[in-house]
Design a protein around this ligand. Structure first.
Ligand code: SAM
Length: 411
């Protein structure tokens, strides 16, 4: 038995505890108004998402989507976000499924099917999926490997998995407080959660949990607090552990959902004397080292594919000539800031989904013109024809990609 294997009796007991926990504390706190979400998901956002997961495939809207461990809202979100897709949401928690049923009725989501079913038993759906979404779930399973293998088995050969699991170093304070609560026998009744929230007000300001309490939306309400600090089962994966986890399930790492925080070219590390050492490492070793240097990552969001997928599609690559044929698509939530600029900059590009303040990209006037020429239709070659200078374009579009400003349609 290796470290990741779990005895069957323990697994059953833990699964029961997790299930009981989510019956009491459905997550995320249920909402009944998805109008803003519906408005947000326009065609531009859909195209960007499609090419983030499938750069080498033409845009498609009608994939089959599995939302595994969908909680109260996520499956309804996907059904709204992809109205032409068939979406199935599964969850252990009857309460979460019932909340989602309410959203399905309210928004007439005919493309959404819901089942109370464990991830480990997803094969019972008798169906495979082009897109599998599983965020915030597997780290709560007694045997996460069994869960991930089950997802692999229902992922179509050309499908993409969007997986999010906790990361350990940024959650050190969470694990300390979980241990503290266990020692005090703190349960998860409403009164115990209230007492915990009150007690946390006395937490030393330099406690490792303090930055999360201050800044993370996960701690903004009592449901989030319970989910983080009173959860009966939660483990985290460092980068090497995550890559092994994927490998054991027959999956291959594709990319980080947001990659700039993991790359040696982006952020403060890029201007340290260590950058050249980092560049000498393999990509996997770079990610692992950067996770240690950043020290505060709380989760990893990853895109993975089956190891045996038939056409891998050439990875995004700026070494040969193929990059000229890529069509850049701007990612939503990116922003060109134009006030208080560094000297010589025409704008500074940021991605509002980044949580690290060192991830900003100053650009000059020529780069700004290239950026303005991106329309989601023209290839880089087409843009160069108007805006000139291929070498400048190559370096710039690679930067935009690394900094999560664009994805490419390479099909
Ligand atoms: C933290 S919530 C995440 C919900 C959703 N994925 C999201 O990101 O909003 C975890 C969910 O996983 C569900 N869950 C836990 N263990 C499960 C299992 N073995 N099979 C299916 N769902 C499970 C819980 O009931 C809960 O709804």
């Amino acid at each position: 038995m290796n470290d990741d294997e779990v005895p069957a009796a323990t697994a059953t007991a833990v699964a029961k505890q997790v299930s009981a926990f989510y019956e009491c504390h459905p997550y995320p706190p249920p909402v009944d108004d998805l109008e803003a979400y519906r408005q947000l998901w326009n065609d531009r956002r859909r195209r960007a998402e499609s090419h983030l997961f499938w750069p080498a495939e033409p845009y498609r809207e009608n994939r089959s989507i599995l939302v595994a461990g969908c909680g109260t809202t996520q499956a309804a979100h996907y059904a709204l976000r992809w109205p032409r897709a068939q979406v199935i949401g599964i969850d252990l928690s009857a309460k979460s499924i019932a909340f989602t049923q309410g959203l399905k009725r309210k928004y007439a989501l005919a493309n959404l099917e819901l089942r109370q079913l464990a991830v480990e038993r997803v094969i019972e759906l008798g169906q495979s999926f082009g897109h599998v979404v599983c965020t915030g779930v597997l780290h709560h399973l007694p045997d996460p490997d069994a869960g991930l293998r089950a997802l692999h088995d229902v992922l179509q050969p050309t499908g993409a998995l969007n997986l999010m699991v906790y990361a350990p170093y940024g959650r050190a304070g969470v694990y300390m407080l979980q241990d503290y609560c266990r020692r005090l026998g703190v349960g998860h009744t409403v009164q115990e959660i209230r007492d915990l929230a009150a007690s946390l007000k006395a937490l030393p300001p330099d406690h490792p949990l303090a930055p999360l309490l201050r800044n993370s939306p996960d701690f903004a309400d009592k449901a989030g607090l319970a989910d983080a600090l009173l959860h009966p089962q939660d483990r985290a994966y460092s980068v090497p552990q995550l890559l092994n986890f994927l490998g054991r399930a027959g999956l291959a790492f594709g990319r980080w959902v947001r990659q700039a925080p993991y790359l040696p070219w982006c952020g403060a590390l890029a201007s340290t004397p260590h950058q050249s050492r980092l560049l000498g490492l393999t990509a996997e070793a770079q990610y692992a080292a950067i996770e240690l240097f950043r020290g505060t990552m709380v989760r990893h969001g990853v895109v993975a594919y089956r190891k045996d997928r038939p056409t891998q599609g050439a990875p995004v690559d700026f070494d040969g000539e193929s990059w000229l044929g890529y069509t850049p698509i701007r990612l939503p939530d990116t922003l060109a800031v134009r006030d208080r600029l560094p000297k010589g900059a025409a704008a500074v590009l940021v991605n509002r989904n980044h949580t690290y303040t060192d991830l900003y990209l100053p650009i000059d006037a020529r780069q700004e013109r290239l950026l303005a020429a991106i329309d989601g239709e023209r290839t880089i070659e087409g843009i160069c024809r108007e805006q000139g200078d291929r070498n400048l374009a190559r370096a710039f579009f690679q930067q935009l990609w690394r900094w999560d400003q664009v994805v490419f349609n390479t099909s």
